[in-house]
Design a binder for this molecule. Structure first.
Ligand SMILES: Nc1ncnc2c1ncn2[C@@H]1O[C@H](COP(=O)(O)OP(=O)(O)OP(=O)(O)O)[C@@H](O)[C@H]1O
Length: 227
């Protein structure tokens, strides 16, 4: 199992009281499979993603990434784990305006100490995967919103993550472009064999997933999608 959340409880301080954002949550996501997380606003979806990303440490429970329990790891060890094992796609692509599509990807690998040629090759490979091989030299302002989101996805895959976490990637796109981005996430999940978690508010996306996790008041109900 590539991503495992075991008995996760997360409590935020809330004025004089405390708010339970995640309540005894269990989730297993195998490699090469896609789990959608759905639920009303404020139900705990972002908190779930942040805990899976090891950005927030839960009050109770264990997060296991690719067989490694994150409990007790130092801040530096968590950063290393995130860098090598976890790809995160945020809602907004946040691309650097001055860099070309290929460079947006290459910087990720160079930060990680890979040689420029290796980084360039991986970037070109992933741009082809997301259908943008012919746009490698373009800068963000020369690309559409859907294309920018594709680069965002490719960038998250640069370091060959085991776990891919995707937060509402279609919120700024029209329905058609949004559906194409979901198809792409489905495709890369199988092709790159990632354990993918996709937070979405759009239920039409659920036909493409392997597992649905519904969150209500921090509690999670799992079901298998009907294809
Ligand atoms: N840093 C924080 N401090 C205190 N409470 C928080 C914090 N972050 C989130 N919450 C609360 O925890 C609950 C779950 O929030 P979360 O953002 O995980 O939900 P969500 O399902 O992602 O919502 P949305 O769909 O609106 O993004 C909400 O009641 C929210 O107000």
């Amino acid at each position: 199992m590539s991503l495992e959340l075991n008995d996760i409880t997360l409590v935020y301080p809330d004025g004089d009281t405390r708010l339970t954002a995640l309540d005894s949550v269990n989730l297993e996501v195998p490699q090469g499979s896609l789990t959608a997380v759905v639920g009303p606003s404020g139900s705990g979806k972002s908190s779930l993603l942040a805990v899976a990303a090891t950005l927030i440490t839960p009050d109770v429970g264990t997060v296991t990434i690719d067989g490694t329990s994150t409990t007790g790891l130092s801040r530096g060890e968590l950063t290393e784990l995130r860098r090598h094992k976890i790809g995160i796609v945020f809602q907004q692509p946040n691309l650097l305006p001055s860099l070309t599509a290929a460079e947006q990807l290459q910087v990720m690998a160079q930060i990680d100490g890979r040689r420029p040629r290796t980084a360039r090759n991986r970037a070109m490979e992933l741009l082809a995967v997301v259908g943008l091989a012919d746009q490698a030299g373009r800068r963000p302002h020369q690309l559409s919103g859907g294309q920018r989101q594709r680069i965002n996805i490719a960038r998250a895959l640069m370091n060959d993550p085991t776990v891919l976490l995707v937060d509402e990637p279609t919120s700024a796109l029209d329905h058609e472009r949004g559906a194409a981005v979901i198809d792409l996430i489905h495709q890369v999940t199988h092709q790159q064999a990632t354990a993918t978690v996709l937070v979405t508010h759009d239920r039409t996306h659920l036909t493409a997933v392997d597992q649905i996790a519904e969150v209500h008041d921090g509690r999670l109900t799992l079901s298998t999608a009907t294809h």
